[in-house]
Design a protein around this ligand. Structure first.
Ligand code: ASP
Length: 309
């Protein structure tokens, strides 16, 4: 089917949570830099999926956010990263769980599009990093002083160590660091794509996987809608948030899809989080039920990227 030309649009996010004032500027800056890189790719005629990869790779390289270096730590004190990407034109997916050495998990995920196996964890995930010749660094190099301090605070909080998961048996307050990064793009050929990259949840047990690498939960893209989520991963998994938002936006429009699905997240499972959503007609929306969400967008007619946190 011929896909008509479209005006490119790019949205990014850097997490939905109760972000301290001092972190707002660095999160806005991360979004702006990601938009500049992804937008340049779109203007060169790149596929939406390549623009998503470029934008997310920039944020993975920014220690201010929870992806790549600067990721949150497991309760054992290590970084384990999840990432996923989806090409809406082909509905191909690439995703990895628990990476420990890849500098850019999103690039590894991108390399799995069209591969035999699309969701890899454990030794298969690390093998994909090696086979693809992807950039790596020692596990220690991902750990920042900020995240050591956050983990120490988490360990000191007995309530968060209660059985029931990294957030405890109940929903987190929203103060839990949740600055996962994501992007959705529409390219000049009218193709959509979505992707996410994250260190997951602070204090998670080694091996815990959230929504970020799971298509339909953390992210989704088809020929009509692309969505990238962030927030309390366990709740997002339980409602299949990204697919739910896409289906709602298909029939009700971008704004209603974004807001309606975040309402469902809150009402059905007491969830917390947010999402960015983009339709093939170029309409887009962002919704969240946390105190703050870092996000930004760029489209034709704007003199530069817009970002807020
Ligand atoms: N959703 C991510 C997770 O639960 C965390 C985040 O969005 O920051 O792994």
């Amino acid at each position: 089917m011929a896909i008509p030309a479209a005006r490119p649009v790019l949205l990014v996010h850097a997490g939905a949570w109760d972000m301290p004032e001092a972190e707002r500027g660095p999160h806005r800056a991360a979004c702006t830099a990601a938009l500049q890189a992804g937008w340049a790719a779109l203007l060169r005629g790149a596929r939406a999926v390549d623009a998503v990869e470029q934008a997310i790779a920039v944020m993975e390289g920014d220690a201010a956010v929870n992806a790549g270096t600067g990721s949150v730590l497991t309760r054992e004190g290590w970084v384990e990263m999840d990432a996923g990407i989806m090409d809406g034109a082909t509905q191909q997916v690439g995703a990895l769980m628990g990476l420990r050495t890849a500098c850019h998990p999103i690039r590894v995920a991108r390399s799995l599009l069209g591969a035999e196996h699309v969701l890899l964890g454990g030794s298969a995930a690390e093998q994909a990093v090696r086979d693809g010749g992807h950039a790596t660094q020692a596990p220690e190099a991902f750990i920042t002083a900020r995240e050591r301090a956050r983990l120490a605070a988490w360990q000191a909080d007995a309530a968060r160590r209660a059985p029931g998961g990294c957030f405890g048996p109940r929903a987190p307050s929203g103060a839990q660091p949740a600055d996962t990064v994501g992007a959705v793009a529409l390219d000049m050929q009218g193709r959509l794509a979505a992707g996410l990259s994250t260190g997951g949840a602070c204090g998670k047990p080694s091996g815990r996987v959230g929504d970020a690498p799971i298509p339909g939960c953390g992210y989704w893209a088809d020929e009509e809608v692309a969505v990238a989520c962030t927030g309390w991963g366990e709740s997002i998994l339980r409602v299949g948030l990204a697919r739910h938002a896409a289906d709602l936006a298909r029939s009700a429009g971008a704004e209603a899809g974004a807001r309606g699905s975040v309402s469902v997240l809150a009402q059905r499972v007491g969830g917390l989080g947010g999402l960015i959503l983009l339709r093939r007609d170029g309409t887009h929306a962002c919704a969240f039920n946390t105190p703050r969400m870092a996000r930004g967008w760029m489209q034709q007619g704007m003199t530069g990227p817009a970002a807020d946190a």
